[in-house]
Design a binder for this molecule. Sequence first.
Ligand SMILES: Nc1ncnc2c1ncn2[C@@H]1O[C@H](COP(=O)(O)OP(=O)(O)OP(=O)(O)O)[C@@H](O)[C@H]1O
Ligand SMILES: C[C@H](N)[C@H](N)CCCCCC(=O)O
Ligand SMILES: [Mg+2]
Length: 235
Amino acid sequence: MGKGIFVVGTDTEVGKTFVSAGAAYMLNKDGHGVCFFKPVQSGGIYENGAVQSGDVQFVRKVAQIEESYERMNTYCFEASVSPHLASEIEKKEIETEKLINHYQKLVETYDYVIVEGAGGVVVPIKRNEYCIHHLIKDLRIPVLMVTRANVGTINHTMLTIEFLQSKGIEIKGIVVNAYQGTFYEEDNVKVISAMSGIEKIFTLGKVERGEAFIERIKAEYRNKLDVEDMLDMIR
Ligand SMILES: Nc1ncnc2c1ncn2[C@@H]1O[C@H](COP(=O)(O)OP(=O)(O)OP(=O)(O)O)[C@@H](O)[C@H]1O
Ligand SMILES: C[C@H](N)[C@H](N)CCCCCC(=O)O
Ligand SMILES: [Mg+2]
């Protein structure tokens, strides 16, 4: 039986997929059996005549995961809105049992499973019923938080931490993403560290797009986050 970690963000577009890809790559390179799981994707992309999860495709590419696409994503909706609304628009009900079962199958097969939600932790999967944090509880796994580095992150990060702790969800660490080392970003990390008491806080730099983007992401990861740190969090 393997272990799972749920990558949560303080918002959408903070870099959950970016961080998941790097983490999966590091573990894979170190010889561990690792898979990525995106239970619900909204804002899917058209590929080979079907709507697919761009997050799954990105992580598979960076980490060279060979698992079939179907096992790595349960629901994928085209509308780029909250999952509960995307599912209503497309008249496809999300069965939460399915999400749990798919995760179970993966965690029985792999040493480590990296799960990515959608947006932040209070994003609804089913209207008035079930959110990302409910899924985290049902999967019984700890979380790795991804936060922005820039101005505004102290508030978002602390609110997310307080909320997760109030639900009894364990936070293994924080990745402060797209960190550029400005004086205020440096101070943001200090403040979050002191206010939260969370020991494992890492920073990942902003990788410029263009040629060899994937290779530069991998290099950024190798330089910043030791595989032992990653294993420490996920174990
Ligand atoms: N450190 C970084 N350097 C360069 N680009 C980055 C970095 N982090 C994220 N990005 C880019 O920013 C965009 C948003 O990141 P990402 O897709 O990982 O966010 P997300 O939190 O997974 O969003 P969602 O809630 O939609 O799943 C992507 O295009 C990604 O490639
Ligand atoms: C479409 C987007 N990229 C994500 N997949 C879903 C983000 C949902 C955010 C909902 C909200 O917090 O208001
Ligand atoms: Mg994502």
